[in-house]
Design a protein around this ligand. Structure first.
Ligand SMILES: Cc1ncc(COP(=O)(O)O)c(C=O)c1O
Length: 502
């Protein structure tokens, strides 16, 4: 039996046992050899996409004996940058670069250049960075209902990205629950659509992750979530919006469940935090998802997505100072001196905070509202265009992160065709689907029409060539169907190894 045939095997409740046997068996030389042979063609495909410069760009495995002139080094960087920029600049990419206009980038780069030597670990040397970070947190909190939450002292910190914001909050809940409630076997209740960062938090911090299936509308199922809460639960999670399907979970109902139990509720607004408040102002029907709801005790909001800052910043917010204190690291008996830091990193790039502050100041409320209007209008065009293709179906009822699948065609082959036409869509699974996260790049003239035109061509092509070889379709197909998680995660491990190959 080869790996692809495994796709037809249904293990049901035996899966954990078989996964365990697989973990042991894969170390046996005979099994290892067989697996390597099975993985080889898949890895070859993955290597091709991960290492496009392997053949025609000089490699530097060791330091050059002598330092090279700046001009040559910059040219080397520019050459690779030239190969990579057109795709996102011309709007072929889902998410990834959320603003991307040349003047905006040049402005952010100036802010970076001015502050490139700063490090907020040394707050005495660079109090300016502490000022920027305090203001980033405050501006973000204001946008998310802190002023209307009369009982609250909404506060937070600047982190390196959505994943760090989420991990910081989850670790804070773990330590808060241990200290104030004596919970020593903590559990986190999340809808299956919650971002992988919650799974990562659970793995890193020894928290049991309880994943609850979502309803047919791809939103969290309140009744099922309620059933999953028990005396070990430290926090319940909802997304506004969710990464896979771009929908808003029933945050009000979920946060009330948590409030009544006296536990935490985290709204993950990494993707939606800088769009939904402005959508509401534009008259869209947006249910409350922020600190206006009394049960929301923390949020994650990404400045480096629709906040239009450079990559490397996000905001984690807490309803009160007490919770934030569990996030801080501090030590008083280290020979290196009194040491304290608010987030996971020690030294941090203050320049990224200056850039984030500059982005927010330059956008202002009006800038965010206009950007949101353009994105939501483009989202509607794309959504309706997909709805008009009979072979495709939309998943849920999204605004601007638009997921779609197909009952009759292999959606991953459609994705592969789109890749050949330069598009970069996000492959999703459970159920098999892909999404396009609409950014300001897609609001430019002709981009949405080009996307729909290529998508219609992809559907037609796939109808005529349903079993075409190559591309990522077999890998995604396998991830969707192979019943043993370990087989696919082993592939991911090998992929990460490939990334570090010189
Ligand atoms: C809803 C949601 N949460 C969390 C994250 C993680 O953010 P990051 O990639 O910045 O760590 C993402 C990223 O897309 C997201 O969409």
């Amino acid at each position: 039996m080869d790996i692809k045939e495994l796709a037809n095997v249904r293990l049901g409740p035996l899966e954990p046992l078989v996964a365990r046997i697989y973990r042991y068996a894969k170390r046996l030389p005979i099994v290892k050899e067989r697996l390597e042979a099975e993985y080889a063609p898949i890895m070859q495909e993955l290597r091709k996409s991960a290492k496009p410069y392997a053949d025609d760009v000089e490699r530097h495995a060791a330091l050059p004996a002598e330092g090279k002139p700046h001009a040559g080094i910059l040219e080397e960087i520019r050459e690779l940058e030239r190969r990579e920029t057109a795709r996102w600049r011309d709007g072929y990419v889902s998410g990834a670069v959320y603003h991307g206009d040349p003047e905006h980038i040049a402005f952010l780069n100036q802010a970076y250049a001015i502050t490139s030597q700063t490090n907020p670990l040394h707050s005495d040397l660079w109090p300016s960075i502490a000022k920027y970070e305090a203001e980033i947190v405050s501006m973000t909190a204001n946008m998310l209902g802190s002023q209307q939450a009369k009982d609250a002292q909404v506060c937070g910190a600047v982190s390196s990205g959505g994943t760090e914001s989420i991990m910081l909050a989850m670790r804070s809940y773990r330590d808060w629950a241990r200290e104030t409630k004596g919970i020593t076997s903590p559990e986190l209740v999340v809808p299956t659509t919650a971002h992988a960062a919650f799974d990562k938090s659970a793995q890193y911090f020894g928290i049991k992750l309880v994943k609850v299936p979502v309803g047919p509308d791809f939103r969290a199922d309140v009744v099922a979530m309620k059933k999953a809460i028990n005396r070990h639960t430290i926090c319940v999670v909802g997304s506004a919006i969710s990464f896979p399907h771009g929908v808003i979970d029933p945050i009000e109902e979920l946060s009330e469940l948590a409030r009544k139990r006296g536990i935490g509720f985290h709204t993950d607004a990494c993707l939606g935090g800088f769009i939904l408040p402005w959508a509401e102002k534009l008259g869209y029907d947006i249910p409350a998802f922020d600190f206006r709801l009394p049960g929301v005790t923390s949020m994650s909001v990404d400045t480096h997505k629709y906040g239009y800052a450079a990559k490397g910043t996000s905001v984690v917010l807490y309803r009160n100072y007490d919770l934030r204190h569990y996030q801080y690291y501090k030590v008083a008996d280290w020979p290196g001196g009194l040491y304290f830091s608010p987030t996971f990193a020690g030294s941090r790039p203050g320049a990224l905070s200056a850039v984030c502050w500059a982005a927010m100041m330059s956008m202002g409320e009006r800038g965010y509202i206009e950007a949101t209007r353009d994105i939501l209008e483009t989202g509607a065009t794309i959504r309706e265009g997909i709805r008009a293709i009979p072979e495709l179906k939309l998943l849920g009822d999204p605004l601007w992160v638009i997921a779609f699948g197909s009952d009759e065609l292999d959606i991953y082959r459609i994705m592969d065709f789109m890749t050949k036409r330069s598009w970069n869509l996000n492959g999703l699974h459970k159920p098999p689907s892909v999404h396009l996260a609409v950014t300001l790049r897609h609001t430019k003239n002709g981009v949405a029409d080009r996307f729909l035109e290529d998508l219609r061509a992809a559907v037609e092509h796939t109808k005529g060539h349903p079993t075409e070889e190559g591309g990522m379709a077999p890998v995604y197909g396998m991830a969707n169907t192979v019943p043993i998680q370990g087989v696919v995660t082993d592939l991911l491990e090998r992929y990460l190894d490939v990334l570090y190959e010189v």
